[in-house]
Design a protein around this ligand. Structure first.
Ligand code: TYD
Ligand code: MG
Length: 454
């Protein structure tokens, strides 16, 4: 019988019945290789005679303790890690160039070093002198961190094997180069191979490895998505260049809650943690102005208040602008459509700008109502009272839907001196002393009640 051959494109994953130099599906050249069937296991068409070993099976119940964790002592970092750094784990830290990844990791390395871990920091981007200079500026020269400037992965692994550190930081994965893979550093196959080697080395040698990954223009970590699947934890370091706030966000964490964030401030002496972000995000706030609304949000496990600003202006063009910073553009279009068709507030012929103050990025649907309030407030040129917070989800029918952790949001608002909240109707009323809540069931009612009959 003729052997069943199949060929797979390494770029897009398309399967072909014969080899060719160019993949028909994605157009990549030289990306197609033959699939080799795995010969192991019992009789099957593809498996042949060679048998594999039996795998040891075990119960779900275990007597083993939780994996050991080490705290850095920086509360914002430890919380994002899910309660400290886990031994024998692999982390990926992504972010735009210049956002402060190297600074963050050098500071973290110094903290972990002082807390008893043996730490090696490998820089593939900067010389040792550059990193030393930064360490001096950050006042970290006393910390027991070992430093190397190297990009050859084989040399790095040999060194790690000899030194047996508890934590290795690889800055960055795009500069690393495995000599058994024939492509330039930073290419998909290099990044994939290097990340795979480092991750499996970390698991085998009981070492934690942190890899820095650059982010492409589209916002994904450059290189294959597969790197994100390989590692245990993926953190993104975000922020607006012009702002001093930086946010470390866990987008995946096998050892803790995802979506947790840590807030830092970039200062002349490195990153400082921000213990009370709500106060900071609101501190830039001036007198109540039309278009400005305070949203009581939840980031990870923590309530966070921030200001949402909208500006509405007559558009000089036939295609009015819809510009958003810090929120989802598609969601803005939806809110505008609901305001128009359910509440009769039209935005046709008007440019709309929406901004989340302080460089924060909000993903919660709970911000819908605050956004709608900001938009109507800007359009009607009517400011909301300055002591009032807003939150709630809006459905396409114009109904307001209750959101999670209402009580935590209200408590945080009360703590920061707010005295009123505009919220969706709750199945069970939540009351927080010192705070008056006005609850409404639909957006049209909200607009009439807050901005008057129109
Ligand atoms: P860096 O950590 O090199 O960014 P990345 O590794 O993500 O590319 O950070 C570089 C920026 O941080 C640079 O623009 C200067 C600024 N910075 C400070 O403001 N204060 C400091 O103490 C340090 C070390 C850097
Ligand atoms: Mg860097």
């Amino acid at each position: 019988m003729a052997k069943d051959l199949s060929f797979t494109c390494n770029d897009c994953g398309a399967v072909h019945s014969k080899w060719s130099g160019r993949c028909d599906a994605c157009g990549a050249w030289n990306s197609i290789t033959e699939d080799k069937a795995l010969s192991s296991g019992p009789a099957s068409k593809t498996l042949g005679a060679k048998r594999g070993a039996t795998v040891h099976l075990t119960d779900l119940a275990t007597q083993d303790a939780e994996p050991p964790r080490t705290m850095s002592g920086v509360g914002e970092l430890d919380r994002v890690l899910g309660g400290g750094l886990v031994a024998a784990s692999a982390l990926l830290v992504g972010g735009d160039p210049g956002i402060g990844k190297s600074t963050l990791l050098l500071q973290a390395a110094a903290r972990f070093g002082r807390n008893g871990l043996k730490v090696i920091y490998v820089s593939g981007e900067e010389s040792t002198a550059q990193v030393q200079m930064r360490a001096r500026r950050l006042g970290l020269t006393e910390s027991p961190v070992k430093l190397a400037a190297e990009t050859n992965l084989r040399n790095i692994l040999t060194t790690l094997e000899a030194e047996k550190p508890d934590l290795a930081i690889i800055d960055s994965i795009q500069t690393m180069w495995a000599d058994n893979v024939e492509s330039a550093p930073g290419s998909v196959s290099q990044v994939r191979a290097c990340a795979h080697e480092l991750t499996s080395f970390a698991k085998k040698r009981n070492m934690a490895v942190v890899m820095v990954g650059h982010v492409t223009k589209e916002g994904a970590i450059a290189g294959p998505r597969v790197v994100e699947h390989m590692v245990d934890t993926v953190l993104y370091f975000e922020g607006e260049r012009g702002h001093q706030f930086r946010i470390l966000r866990a987008v995946k964490n096998r050892f803790g809650p995802a979506d947790e964030i840590g807030v830092f401030e970039m200062t002349g002496r490195g990153l400082a943690e921000v213990k009370n972000p709500s106060a900071l995000f609101l501190s830039e706030r001036g007198t109540p102005a039309p278009g400005s609304v305070v949203f009581a949000g939840i980031e990870g496990t923590r309530p966070m208040l921030c200001e949402i600003q909208a500006l509405v202006a007559p558009s000089p063009t036939a295609q009015p602008r819809r510009s958003v910073v810090g929120w989802d553009g598609g969601r803005l279009a939806m809110i505008l459509a609901v305001l128009e068709s359910r509440c009769g507030v039209a935005f046709a012929g008007l440019d709309v700008y929406l901004n989340v103050a302080g460089g924060l990025r909000i993903n919660e649907p709970a911000a819908d109502l605050a956004v709608a309030a900001a938009l109507v407030s800007a359009r009607e040129d009517a400011a909301l009272p300055s002591d009032c917070v807003v939150f709630g989800e809006i459905s396409l029918s114009g109904a307001l839907r209750p959101v999670v952790q209402t009580e935590n949001r209200l408590k945080e608002a009360q703590k920061l001196g707010f005295t009123a909240a505009l919220v969706p109707q709750q199945p069970k009323r939540v009351a927080v002393p010192g705070l008056t809540t006005r609850d409404m069931s639909d957006l049209a009612g909200f607009v009439t009640e807050v901005f008057g009959a129109r």
